[in-house]
Write a protein that binds this ligand. Structure first.
Ligand SMILES: [Zn+2]
Length: 275
């Protein structure tokens, strides 16, 4: 794991293109996690001192930028070029956090880029990386509002991708991230966003489904803004009647004219800082 210091003007390209640029190259392993950390004085200005890290890259390979062309292409306003470009296989969200807030063995401050994180400290940091924890574990550890922010950042990454198809024997399906669905359910405590039905209280069984508002087979994305946590009754009747969702009014409209406004809509309408 490496810590990368990034300026706000450069971070967006890093997140969107899964790229980074450095002048010094430590030994890097394919698949290694690179933490994108906002430089301290900017974090201070933006009120993000306790959320300097919100994304990480998965290292793949590097190229030497002999002429500076790649640097200029991606960071035209930086006023400098870098020796190495790190190409990563993907960008993943993290629970927003800052290294300074963790009980680490050393201070990872300073301008050194990249800075290698010790294996002992890496164990503490891994909790914050998307995919290491999910659903109630994630919510109990970090609280619903941090999980909501993480999910919104997750949308930022996925929105620039095309829906991914996966081929399973027999038929074709669209990829769904099970962690996203489970994390959304945990935010609502498995209650139906339409009627508030809570199976957990009545039957001691957390029981909820997730529904893609704009279906994946018709080009909808597997992002939180396109997903609703719903009870099985509402899930079936929405499919059966082909009810339409009104994103502005946050309600379902059925063909007979009935409208049902969402009782719970916490994760809609929250915008990421990064878009
Ligand atoms: Zn319901």
């Amino acid at each position: 794991m490496q810590r990368l210091n990034v300026k706000q003007t450069q971070i967006r390209e890093c997140i969107e293109k899964s790229l980074f640029a450095v002048d010094r190259l430590p030994p890097l392993q394919k698949g290694e996690i690179l933490l994108l950390q906002l430089v301290k004085f900017e974090a201070l200005q933006l009120g993000k001192l306790h959320s300097r890290i919100e994304f990480a890259l998965l290292y793949d390979h590097y190229e030497v930028d002999h002429t500076g062309e790649i640097s200029r292409q991606h960071w035209p306003m930086a006023g400098k070029t870098w020796r190495y470009i790190l190409f990563c296989s993907g960008t993943i969200p993290t629970i927003p956090f800052s290294l300074e807030d963790l009980p680490l063995s050393t201070d990872y401050g300073g301008r050194t880029n990249p800075r290698t994180v010790s294996p002992k400290d890496e164990i503490l940091i891994l909790h914050y990386i998307w995919g290491k924890m999910t659903g109630y574990d994630l919510r109990d550890e970090f609280g619903p509002s941090l999980v909501r922010e993480t999910i919104v950042n997750y949308d930022v990454i996925v929105e620039r991708e095309k829906p991914r198809k996966i081929i399973v024997p027999e038929h074709e399906e669209f990829y769904r991230d099970p962690l996203l669905a489970e994390s959304l359910k945990s935010i609502y405590d498995h209650r139906c966003q339409v009627c508030g039905m809570n199976f957990k209280i009545k039957y001691q069984e957390p029981f909820a489904e997730t529904h893609h508002i704009h279906s994946l087979s018709k080009g909808g994305l597997d992002i939180s803004k396109n997903i609703i946590v719903i009870c099985p009754n509402h899930h079936r009747i929405i499919h059966k009647t082909d009810a339409k969702f009104d994103k502005t009014k946050l309600l379902y409209k059925y063909p007979n004219g009935l409208e049902e406004r969402l009782l719970l809509s916490d994760h809609f309408g929250k915008k990421s800082f990064w878009v």
